[in-house]
Structure formats: structure tokens, C-alpha cells
Design a protein around this ligand. Structure first.
Ligand SMILES: Cc1cc2nc3c(=O)[nH]c(=O)nc-3n(C[C@H](O)[C@H](O)[C@H](O)COP(=O)(O)OP(=O)(O)OC[C@H]3O[C@@H](n4cnc5c(N)ncnc54)[C@H](O)[C@@H]3O)c2cc1C
Length: 643
């Protein structure tokens, strides 16, 4: 049944409020702009886009979380005015919105600007269509602290590749606005009926190109009608997406976001002393960081609200003073964390569509990873295929499924799949392992797995952090690698995370929890788990593979190619790297034979060429030896001592 009209008169201002990156009522500048028009009716619309359902990798947990956010928002709207709610219109915005403009006699469309990825392209399309239809478009920045356009302009049009460059740009911007209060009243819905029957969407479902086909256990029915099975523009149910029940224990919605923020900030000492590297990736119930990223991702939490709440909490904290531990500083503190988010947003905005992959990405180093995305002459994507080591495919699947035989890695990957969220340093561990640490597999594959499982997946933070962890951009100390045993032991010697997410290992003594294959057979038997039978043997020799990765990375760094360089675009980069690698290996062997460290290669001409690589590789190796032991643990220990 269609909702009936609440207001038969002709209102002067009829607003379509398009919810996108802002599933909230508090601190929403776009919503304030809409309400400032004093409309007689507002149609609060969410466009349920088939592109998101089929062409984005989204796992059951993120879909479930999004639906909960929508339900919570709808309930909050109805609490303000019983004659309103969220209207979920099933179809792509560029298709359905023009119909709504006409049928609902819309005078204004108001929305929060989405400058990242796919959302940015939709913005442009919709605002062009609305203007053509004579509708006023009001789009407002709201999901970042600063306007990314302004930040990038201030950075000379370039991506912000460090927090320092980002700070240099934003110091010329006005300080982030204080959060706005949530509205206390809300205009009613207009008449949502159509002059003719609601249009049938007729979205053809091609399951062979459906990226989420693997997780569906029945047909997708959510696009059978324009206004939902009850004709009331209701929030879709998870089974309309052909999916089974989510497994995460993390609930979505603005109410939950504000509750979590309030609980975290109630402990002023904790906020004032927050230091990201000191928080443990092994704690999960509750975690030692805020776990607010999924709420920021869907805009259930305003970043302005978060930023100012933290600042005000520290300002009102009275724990400092002589002889007391002072409040932590950037980048470790919470404000610093939000600034990292801004930095990646600005970098993505500057680089645009290429940010999420290597090909044509001007900020990303070209490294000859296995399982890289390949592109044809026209730039069209070809499915990933093994380009080097044939073991890569097997390793990748074992990593994704949490059965590498390294309990720390497996526990994290299983937590990711079950809960949809893992601690930042846990992300570091598994990303480093997959790319430069051990497997030498492209960060593009890892980012895709995170796309599927993370609740907080974000088109800026995800590729940005993967580039960081694989030392492809933002970070360059590729030789600092996370140990698969030593790193977790720094935080938790008892293996809590492993015991929870790899229950088959739960009875191992602490001594073997991160390396159960080293336990004598009688220990394995008494723990009820024989390694190689009930839990896998390590799938690779982590020390040997780390060495292999380091040699290859040195070559790639010495060659210094980026995703947008000619050699990458014309496909010759791989052979340049292979030749460099061959020379590096030959150099190492020959040096060993001669027992001397003299470089034997002739320096080449201009630009990267394999012939001058051995010299470069050795110079870099010497620099590394001077700079440190090459492990993250060593670095963290030194840093902690300094702190
Ligand atoms: C390989 C990899 C992939 C990642 N993918 C994502 C992603 O898709 N989406 C995402 O939001 N974060 C991503 N991160 C960043 C970070 O791990 C998460 O934002 C953080 O762990 C979320 O937990 P929290 O809310 O408890 O963070 P807190 O430590 O409480 O920080 C508060 C907020 O600051 C922001 N923040 C903190 N660290 C970062 C960072 N390094 N980059 C960007 N924002 C940050 C987040 O919005 C976070 O909610 C990724 C990190 C890595 C290493």
C-alpha cells in the first residue's frame, strides 16, 4: 500500500533530501541547509543502487550494518515527526531521481558532497540532471573536517602523501567547524504517490558479473519493485539481497555511534593518553581503540562531532600538571588519527579514479607483485593472474581464509571475516605479511579482501593504507617487517586473540601459541590438536621468504618506477624488474664467491635501467644497515624507550 498524502496543498519549497554519506541527524551541515529553506515538505530519500549491490564487493556484515543504519535513521526521523521516515527508492540515483523530481514536484535537491571514488561521479551526474530539470541543487561538505578541494589546491593540486604535507596545506584553511545540533522538529513527507503506477525497475541481474555472487544463497529480490515489497519505501531486508544473516556482533546506526562515543569519552584519562601504537591489536572485547570507523564510514557519526568531542574532553581534563604524564600528541593521539583519515581523503581526491589500483596511479610505486591487476592496451581491467611465483595463488587463498599456519595471521583474518573489524595494527600485520613481508602478492588483492569483509571499507583509507603497508606510497621503510611471533608477543604473550578465533589452538601452552608447529608431539596431543592434521603447518618459511621479498623490493626501489610511468603503461616494466632481479641475484652469488663486497656493474645512463641496479641496491642496503635492524619490533621498542 502506498503511503497517503499528508499535505494536499501545494507547498512552495519541496525538498528532496538525498541521504548518502550522512546517515545521521546530528551535526549534518547539509541537513541544516535543507531545513534552512523552511520547506513545507521534505522527502528523505536513500537510493538503493544496484551498482552497490552487484558491482561493489560488499560482504554480508557490511550490508547488514548499512541496513541497521538506515533503520535507525528512519526511526529517528519518525520520532521527530510521525509523518515522516526514510524513503528507500530502489534503483540507481541517476535513473530514479529524475522520476521523483517530476512526480513529487521537487523544487530543491540537497545532499552532502561525496568527493571520493564512485560517489563523486554520481554527484556530478545527479547535479547535472537536476539542473537540467530546473531544480536547485544544494550540495554541502560534511564528511571531512576540511574541504578536500581546498586542501588539494593548497597542496599545489598534488596528493598529500604525508601528514606533514597535509598539515602544511590545512594550516591555511579555517579551523574545522563546531558540530551542529540535531534538529528537534522535522517537516512532514509530501505525497509519495505517482500519477501513474510506480515504475517497474526491471533491473536485469547478471549473476555471472555479480561480484557478490559467491555469498548469495538465494535470488536477489530487492529490485523487483521500485518501492519495496510492501510498497512503502521500506528499508530492504537482508534476505531480499539473497544473503544469510550477518555474523558480526557490531550493531549499526547513529544511536549506537553516539553511545560508543559517549562511553569512550567518559574516560577522560583514556582520551588524553590515547596513543595508537600503545593500543593492543590483541584486545577485542572491548577493543583498545574507539571502533568508530564503521560509523564514520556510513556517516552515522559526524567527524566534526568526534573531533570536537575529543578536543573538548582533553581541554577539560585535569590530569596533567607537574610530574604527571602529559596528554599525548599527534600523530599518536586521537586527533592525529582523524587527521590520517583526512590525509588519505585528500590524496584520493587528488589522484582520482586510479587511487585504488597500481596501473596509472602516479603516487604508487610499481613493484612486480604476484597476482597483480593486469590492464590491456585500452586500460580495461583483465582479471588478475599469477605473474610470477605459482605458489602465490595458493598462499593468497590460505591468507584470505585464515589457514596459513601462522596463528597470529589466521586469528586476525578469521576475526575480520566474522566481525568485519580488526585493530589497526592487526591490519598492519596481515597486510605486511601478504605484500612485502612474506608473500610478495599485490596489495590490490589484499585491498579487495578488505573491501569484502570490512564494515568500515573506505575508498580512500583502504587503498591508501594498503599502499602504506606495502611501502608503495606514504611509507618507504620496506625493510621493517612485522614478525609473525615477535610482534604479537609484544602485546600479548598469552595469545588471547588466537585462542578466541582459532579455537583448535586454544589448549596450547603460551610458549607455543604463536608457533604451535614447534611444540613437541606430546604437547600437541595433550592440546588436542596435531599440527599438519588439525591445524596447518606454516605454509611458507617466513625468514627465507622475507629475504626473497627484500631483494626484489630493493630492485624495485632502485628502479623507481610508478604506476603512471611509460614503462608501466607500455608493459615493459616487468621485464626491467626481472632483469634487475636477475642481476641482483647474480651480484649476490658472485660476491659470496669472491668473498668481497665490491660492486661489479657499470653505471648506466639516464633514468632507470637494470644495468645500474646492483650499485643502487647495495647503496640502499648499506643505508638500511645504518638506520636500523629492519624489524618493526626493534623500531617500536626503541621508540617506546624514547617515549
Ligand atoms: C591495510 C589497512 C586497511 C585499512 N582500511 C581502512 C578502511 O577501509 N576504512 C577505514 O576507515 N580505515 C581503514 N584503515 C585504517 C585504520 O586501521 C582504521 O581506521 C582503524 O583501525 C579503525 O578503528 P578505530 O575506529 O577503533 O580507530 P581509532 O584508532 O579509534 O581512530 C579513530 C578514527 O580515526 C580514523 N583513522 C585512524 N587511523 C586511520 C588510518 N590509518 N587511516 C585512515 N583513517 C584512520 C578512523 O576513521 C578511526 O575511526 C586501514 C588500515 C590498514 C593498515
Amino acid at each position: 500500500m502506498r503511503p497517503s498524502s499528508s499535505n494536499p496543498s501545494e507547498p512552495a519549497v519541496r525538498v528532496l533530501y538525498w541521504f548518502r554519506t550522512d546517515l545521521r541527524l546530528h551535526s549534518s551541515p547539509a541537513l541544516h541547509a535543507a531545513l534552512a529553506l523552511q520547506p513545507e515538505v521534505i522527502f528523505p530519500v536513500w537510493t538503493w543502487d544496484p551498482n552497490y549491490v552487484f558491482a561493489h564487493r560488499v560482504g554480508v556484515n557490511r550490508f547488514g550494518f548499512l541496513l541497521e543504519c538506515m533503520q535507525d535513521l528512519s526511526a529517528s526521523l519518525t520520532a521527530l515527526n510521525p509523518n515522516t521516515k526514510l524513503l528507500v527508492v530502489r534503483g540507481a540515483p541517476q535513473t530514479v531521481l529524475p522520476r521523483l523530481f517530476q512526480e513529487w514536484r521537487i523544487s530543491h535537491i540537497v545532499y552532502e558532497i561525496d568527493r571520493a571514488g564512485y560517489g563523486a561521479r554520481r554527484d556530478l551526474q545527479v547535479s547535472a540532471l537536476a539542473s537540467q530539470a530546473g531544480i536547485k541543487v544544494i550540495s554541502v561538505v560534511g564528511n571531512t573536517l576540511y574541504d578536500l578541494k581546498e586542501v588539494v589546491e593548497l597542496n599545489g593540486g598534488k596528493a598529500t602523501l604525508s601528514l606533514a604535507s597535509w598539515h602544511a596545506a590545512v594550516k591555511k584553511c579555517p579551523q574545522p567547524a563546531r558540530p551542529l545540533p540535531a534538529p528537534t522538529t522535522f517537516p512532514p513527507l509530501g505525497d509519495t504517490s505517482f500519477s501513474q503506477a510506480y515504475p517497474s525497475l526491471d533491473v536485469p541481474i547478471d549473476y555471472s558479473t555479480d561480484l557478490n555472487n559467491g555469498i548469495r544463497n538465494r535470488e536477489v529480490t530487492c529490485f523487483d519493485t521500485f518501492s519495496g515489497p510492501k510498497g512503502d519505501f521500506g528499508v530492504p531486508a537482508i534476505d531480499e539481497l539473497g544473503l544469510s544473516r550477518p555474523t558480526t556482533s557490531i550493531r549499526g546506526g547513529e544511536s549506537e555511534a553516539l553511545r560508543r562515543l559517549a562511553v569512550f569519552c567518559a574516560d577522560k584519562d583514556r582520551v588524553a593518553h590515547f596513543s595508537k601504537p600503545q593500543t593492543s591489536p590483541a584486545e577485542f572485547d572491548p577493543p583498545e581503540t574507539t571502533l568508530l570507523s564503521p560509523f564514520l564510514k556510513f556517516g552515522c557519526l559526524s567527524v566534526h562531532e568526534f573531533f570536537w568531542r575529543v578536543r573538548d574532553t582533553v581541554a577539560s581534563w585535569e590530569g596533567g600538571g607537574p610530574g604527571k604524564k602529559p596528554a599525548t600528541k599527534e600523530p599518536e593521539n586521537l586527533q592525529g588519527q582523524l587527521h590520517f583519515r583526512e590525509m588519505y581523503n585528500a590524496a584520493e581526491y587528488a589522484e582520482g579514479i586510479h587511487f585504488g589500483r597500481i596501473y596509472k596511479n602516479s603516487v604508487c610505486r610499481f613493484i612486480d607483485w604476484d597476482l597483480r591487476d593486469e590492464f590491456g592496451q585500452d586500460g580495461a581491467k583483465i582479471i588478475p593472474r599469477p605473474l610470477g611465483d605459482p605458489r602465490a595463488e595458493e598462499w593468497f587463498l590460505a591468507w584470505k581464509e585464515g589457514r596459513t599456519g601462522f596463528p597470529w595471521i589466521d586469528a586476525i583474518m578469521r576475526q575480520l571475516r566474522q566481525e568485519g573489524w580488526i585493530h589497526h595494527l592487526a591490519r598492519h600485520s596481515v597486510a605486511c605479511f601478504l605484500t612485502r613481508g612474506q608473500c610478495y602478492i599485490s596489495w590490490e588483492r589484499g585491498a579487495e579482501v578488505f573491501d569484502e569483509y570490512l564494515l568500515d571499507w573506505d575508498p580512500c583509507a583502504n587503498p591508501g593504507n594498503w599502499m602504506w603497508l606495502s611501502a608503495s606510497a606514504f611509507y618507504h621503510m620496506y625493510y621493517r617487517v612485522y614478525g609473525v611471533q615477535s610482534f604479537p608477543k609484544k602485546y600479548d604473550k598469552t595469545g588471547k586473540l588466537v585462542r578466541k578465533f582459532c579455537p583448535e589452538l586454544s589448549k596450547f601452552p603460551d610458549q607455543f601459541i604463536y608457533a604451535p608447529h614447534l611444540a613437541p608431539l606430546e604437547v600437541q596431543l595433550s592440546a588436542g590438536c596435531v599440527i599438519g592434521q588439525d591445524y596447518p603447518m606454516p605454509m611458507l618459511d617466513d625468514v627465507a621468504e622475507k629475504k626473497r621479498c627484500m631483494t626484489r623490493l630493493k630492485v624495485a626501489y632502485a628502479l623507481g618506477l610508478y604506476g603512471s610511468d611509460g614503462a608501466v603503461l607500455d608493459g615493459t616494466a616487468d621485464s626491467l624488474l626481472k632483469e634487475g632481479y636477475r642481476q641482483a641475484l647474480a651480484g649476490i652469488k658472485s660476491d659470496k664467491k669472491q668473498g668481497q663486497k665490491k660492486s661489479r656493474t657499470v653505471s648506466g645512463g639516464d633514468g632507470p635501467s637494470p644495468s645500474n641496479l646492483t650499485t643502487d641496491v647495495k647503496t640502499m642496503a648499506t643505508k638500511e644497515l645504518k638506520h636500523g635492524s629492519g624489524s618493526i619490533e626493534g623500531f617500536l621498542t626503541k621508540k617506546r624507550k624514547r617515549d
